[in-house]
Design a protein around this ligand. Structure first.
Ligand code: GDP
Ligand code: MG
Length: 382
């Protein structure tokens, strides 16, 4: 058998020779770089670092080490990461609409909804569940539709970024107003892609050039002014420009290359929740990763659910929700907080246990920490 030289052995273990020397010293063995150590010592040191010693008769000491448990775990991890990449598939963009009060956010959300051919055919009844999904050019787009809930800010406060694209609505007659700037700041802080919809193009005082000038002043110059901000003139009232807006949203989504793994345990964000007589607690969630299915067990802070049923924004029963899908979930133990993250777990028992643990932690921390994130005054931005 060839000798085990300190320098080579250190290389094989992936550690600095002096580090190995000092470790050996701790074991009462004094060896320099070029000296050999005994096999039992090498085995001991190897084990300490998660390696298993295997001495080959030929070749360098670097080849003497069999792949260790640690390394095997690393390889496994890498394989999982690769599988994750392979499973990544395009997902629809999640869009929110921000802007000054009365500039037409609600009207625009309504106009977009009306432009959804698929929903019209399905003949469902519109349910305001905090988010909806439409189809345009045979692709899906998810919109947050949460007036008065300030969900965007709440989620931001929790560090949960559910939004990919923010559409800033600016009325063509009013131009930028204080809340427009506030909304712009929020979108920029959130790091989402910004688009501008210049609304009320039908009104007499509409002045698109002035709005573009104001965008320029704020360093968000429109594309046709040499900037990067996609800008679409629309009239939510007349329904004009809506198709362009949706086209541009899809184009932005392509640029962003939005992807998610649909083949894993579901996780995502609570958009809103309430307790309904007869149905118990309900929560609208947006799945961000994986696919949520009826029967899944999910946990969200101190609340958990065995998903009894799921509904879309047309009140239709659905069985599966892939990434970016907004769904209303029933089966909760209590109403989870909007902006909180949920995740799918093995079974109901685990969900319940995790929820109990979270409850426990909250109780322990009550009084010592400010559990609820401070709300920012953006109620009116929606
Ligand atoms: P929000 O406060 O931003 O949600 O604004 P709303 O959607 O409630 O709209 C405020 C007012 O502006 C309503 O009276 C709408 O009918 C009107 N409005 C919205 N969009 C348009 C538009 O494109 N043209 C005109 N003329 N009026 C609009
Ligand atoms: Mg509104």
């Amino acid at each position: 058998k060839p000798p085990i030289i300190v320098r080579d052995f250190a290389t094989a273990l992936g550690m600095k020779p002096f580090k190995l020397i000092s470790e050996l010293m701790e074991m009462g063995i004094f060896a320099s770089m070029n000296q050999a150590i005994d096999e039992p010592v090498a085995i001991k040191v190897g084990e300490k670092h998660g390696f298993q010693l295997e001495i080959k008769h030929r070749g360098e000491a670097a080849q003497q080490i069999q792949q260790s448990a640690k390394e095997k775990a690393k390889v496994k991890e890498q394989a999982a990461a690769e599988a994750e990449v392979q499973n990544l598939a395009m997902r629809p963009p999640v869009v929110c609409i921000l802007g000054h009060v009365d500039h037409g956010k609600t009207s625009l959300l309504d106009a977009i909804r009306k432009a959804d051919v698929a929903a019209g055919e399905a003949g469902g009844i519109t349910q305001h569940i905090g988010a909806y999904q439409i189809e345009h050019s045979e692709r899906k787009i998810t919109f947050l539709d949460t007036p008065g809930h300030a969900a965007f800010t709440k989620m931001r406060a929790r560090g949960a970024d559910v939004t990919d694209i923010a559409v800033l609505v600016v009325a063509a007659d009013d131009g930028f107003m204080p809340q427009t700037d506030e909304a712009l700041k929020h979108a920029q802080n959130a790091g989402v892609t910004l688009m501008v919809a210049i609304n009320k193009m039908d009104v007499k005082g509409a002045n698109i050039e002035r709005v573009k000038q104001q965008m320029q002043e704020r360093n968000i110059a429109p594309e046709d002014w040499g900037g990067e901000t996609v800008t679409v003139p629309v009239s939510a009232l007349k329904g004009t420009g809506i198709t362009d807006l949706l086209d541009m949203i899809l184009l932005q989504a392509d640029v962003l290359e939005l992807k998610a793994n649909a083949k894993t345990e579901a996780s995502g964000i609570i958009i809103e929740s309430q307790i309904e007589v007869g149905r118990g607690p309900l929560a609208t969630v947006i799945v961000q990763r994986g696919t949520l299915r009826v029967g899944d067990s999910i946990v969200c802070g101190p609340n958990w659910a065995k998903v009894r049923a799921m509904f879309d924004d047309q009140g239709k029963n659905i069985k599966e929700a892939p990434p970016s899908t907004p769904v209303r979930v029933i089966g909760w133990s209590g109403a989870p907080d909007s902006g909180a993250e949920f995740k799918s777990v093995k079974n109901a028992r685990e969900a319940e246990n995790l929820a109990e643990e979270a409850e426990h932690l909250i109780r322990k921390n009550t009084g010592t920490t400010d559990a609820a994130p401070k709300e920012v005054s953006v109620e009116s931005l929606f």
